[in-house]
Design a protein around this ligand. Structure first.
Ligand code: CA
Length: 165
């Protein structure tokens, strides 16, 4: 089920890392189960392996046919799909919209050997456009150049574990 985490913007600077364990596969652990479709721009990025699709990362629907995610989620050897309107990855919620990916754009400055440099961002173009409804909506992005103030409340959403064991 989709999870949500409330945290402060300062977390990005590692103020509370001891409370949110980031394990070796770059998952965030903690949070509470989200109400279904409370975050309707949230998508599940999935890759194909051994005959089935596997969730690997979250992302945000920013246009009906574009998803923003993290560059570290991209392995160009893999085949991806995007699922919007998702809540429980293991059952049919009746709201899922599944898209194949026609293009992947990784930020040209992204360097997986120097993740601290930033630029951990990528765009996926969907081969068809999402239908917007109560379960699928576009994210509203901040204007270019906006920097959030310290301690600005932020929410991380996605799929993971509410506890580490
Ligand atoms: Ca589902």
């Amino acid at each position: 089920m989709m999870l949500q985490l409330l945290l402060l913007a300062a977390l990005a600077l590692c103020g509370r890392c001891s409370e949110l364990d980031v394990d070796g596969v770059q998952r965030v652990v903690g949070g509470t189960e989200a109400r279904s479709h409370a975050w309707p721009y949230q998508i599940s990025l999935q890759y194909y392996s051994s005959g089935s699709w596997h969730h690997t990362c979250g992302g945000s629907l920013i246009q009906r046919n574009w998803v923003m995610t993290a560059a570290h989620c991209v392995n160009k050897q893999l085949q991806y799909r995007v699922v919007a309107g998702e809540h429980n990855l293991n059952v049919n919620d009746g709201t899922e919209q599944v898209f194949s990916v026609s293009k992947i754009v990784v930020h040209p400055y992204w360097n997986s050997n120097n993740v601290g440099a930033g630029y951990d961002i990528a765009l996926f173009r969907l081969s068809t456009s999402a239908t917007l409804n109560s379960a699928v909506q576009l994210a509203v992005l901040p204007q270019q150049g906006i920097v959030l103030p310290n301690n600005y409340p932020c929410v991380i959403t996605g799929w993971g574990l509410t506890r580490s064991e």
